[in-house]
Design a binder for this molecule. Structure first.
Ligand SMILES: Nc1nc2c(ncn2[C@@H]2O[C@H](COP(=O)(O)OP(=O)(O)O)[C@@H](O)[C@H]2O)c(=O)[nH]1
Ligand SMILES: [Mg+2]
Length: 329
C-alpha cells in the first residue's frame, strides 16, 4: 500500500509539472528491473488523462543532416508560440556508441536550458522494442507534466523510424540538398512515412541545390501513395542555421495537426497505435514471464535443450511449454 501511495504522489507531482518528479518518473520507466516494470505500469495507470491533445512529431533523417540543430530552432520557435516542448529520442545504438548525447547537448544548448523545454536522450537498451517502449512511456509522462509539443528524434536507420512513426501523429524527414542528379541514399520506405519533408541547410551556396532538391522530391512524392488520404505530404526547404523556413515548418506541423483533429483522424490513429502497443506489451510481458517464472524453468530448459540437440522441432517444443500454462488459460 505504501508503495502505491508513493507512486500516487509521484504521479501528482508529475502532473503538477515538477521537473524533478518527471525526471525521476522517466528513470523509473527506463528501468529494466522486473520490480520497476510493475511500478512503472502502476505509475502510468495513475496519470490523469484527457485535455487537449498534444502535438506529437517524429523528426528523422540521416546523421549530420541537422536534426539536433533543427530541433533547437524549431523547439525555441514553438516555445515562442506558447508551447511547452519535450524532446525524446530513439537511438538503439546510443548505449553502444555513447551516442550523440554530448553533441546534442551543445547543439540544443538554449533549448536544453529553457524552462519550457525538457530534453531526454535515448534510453540505453539492447533491443529497439525496449528502447521504443520506454520512449513511448516517457512521452505519456511528459504530456501529463504539461508538455504539449512532443518531438521524437530518431536516427536515420530503418526500424527506429517505424517505431517513431508508431507513436507520433506526424512524421518529419530532414534531407540534404542534392548535388546535380545524384540520388539521395534515402529509402523509399522512409519517404512513404513522410508527412513533411524538409530540405535543410538551404543557406549560403547550397540554396540553389536546395531549391532543385525540393522540386525533385515534390515530383517524386507525387508517385507515392500518401500515408493518409487526408494529408498530402509537404516538401519545403529550411535552414536550421539561419532559421529561414523554421516558422513555416511549424506552420506545416500545425496544419497537419489541425486536419487530423478536425477529421477525427488523430483519435483513430492514436486508438490504432494503442491497440498495437497493447499487443506488443502482451507479447513482451508473456515472454519475460516465461523466461523468469521459476515453475516454468524446468520445462523450458528441457525443451530448449531438446531443440538445440535437434531432438525436438521448435513448434512442438513451444506447444509443449505452453501446455504447462493451462491453469491460466
Ligand atoms: N549550413 C548549415 N549547417 C547546418 C544546418 N543545420 C545543421 N548544420 C550543421 O550540420 C552539422 C550536423 O548537425 P546536427 O544537428 O548535429 O545533425 P544531426 O546528426 O542530424 O543531429 C553541424 O555541424 C551543424 O552545425 C543548416 O541549416 N545549415
Ligand atoms: Mg543529433
Amino acid at each position: 500500500v505504501a508503495l502505491v501511495d508513493d507512486l500516487q504522489e509521484l504521479a501528482s507531482r508529475v502532473s503538477a509539472g515538477e521537473r524533478r518528479a518527471l525526471a525521476k518518473a522517466i528513470t523509473l520507466v527506463e528501468s529494466t528491473r522486473a520490480r520497476d516494470r510493475v511500478r512503472a505500469a502502476t505509475l502510468l495507470g495513475a496519470l490523469p488523462s484527457g485535455g487537449a491533445p498534444s502535438v506529437r512529431v517524429a523528426i528523422s533523417g540521416p546523421p549530420g543532416v541537422g536534426k539536433s540543430t533543427f530541433i533547437e530552432a524549431f523547439g525555441l520557435h514553438a516555445i515562442g508560440q506558447e508551447r511547452r516542448v519535450a524532446v525524446l529520442s530513439i537511438d538503439p545504438s546510443s548505449s553502444l556508441s555513447g551516442g550523440s548525447i554530448l553533441g546534442d547537448k551543445t547543439r540544443m544548448y538554449d533549448l536544453s536550458r529553457h524552462r519550457d523545454a525538457f530534453i531526454r536522450p535515448s534510453p540505453a537498451g539492447t533491443t529497439l522494442g525496449g528502447v521504443a517502449r520506454r520512449t513511448r512511456e516517457s512521452m505519456l509522462l511528459c504530456e501529463a507534466a504539461g508538455y504539449d509539443l512532443i518531438i521524437v528524434e530518431t536516427v536515420g536507420v530503418g526500424q527506429s523510424e517505424t517505431a517513431a512513426a508508431g507513436m507520433t501523429d506526424a512524421f518529419v524527414v530532414l534531407l540534404l540538398p542534392l548535388g546535380g542528379d545524384e540520388l539521395q541514399g534515402i529509402k523509399r520506405g522512409i519517404m512513404e512515412l513522410a508527412d513533411i519533408v524538409l530540405v535543410n541547410k538551404a543557406d549560403g551556396d547550397q540554396r540553389p541545390a536546395a531549391a532543385r532538391t525540393v522540386a525533385d522530391y515534390r515530383s517524386a512524392l507525387r508517385l507515392l501513395r500518401p500515408r493518409s488520404p487526408l494529408w498530402t505530404p509537404i516538401v519545403d526547404s529550411c535552414s536550421a542555421l539561419t532559421l529561414e523556413g523554421v516558422s513555416d515548418a511549424w506552420t506545416h506541423v500545425l496544419a497537419h495537426h489541425g486536419v487530423f483533429v478536425e477529421t477525427g483522424e488523430l483519435t483513430r490513429t492514436r486508438s490504432e497505435q494503442a491497440r498495437k502497443w497493447l499487443w506488443e506489451e502482451l507479447t513482451d510481458q508473456v515472454t519475460a514471464w516465461l523466461r523468469t517464472d521459476a515453475a516454468m524453468a524446468q520445462a523450458l530448459a528441457a525443451c530448449e535443450a531438446a531443440v538445440v540437440r535437434g531432438e525436438l522441432a521448435p513448434p512442438a517444443a513451444a506447444a509443449r511449454i505452453l501446455s504447462n500454462l493451462s491453469p491460466i488459460r
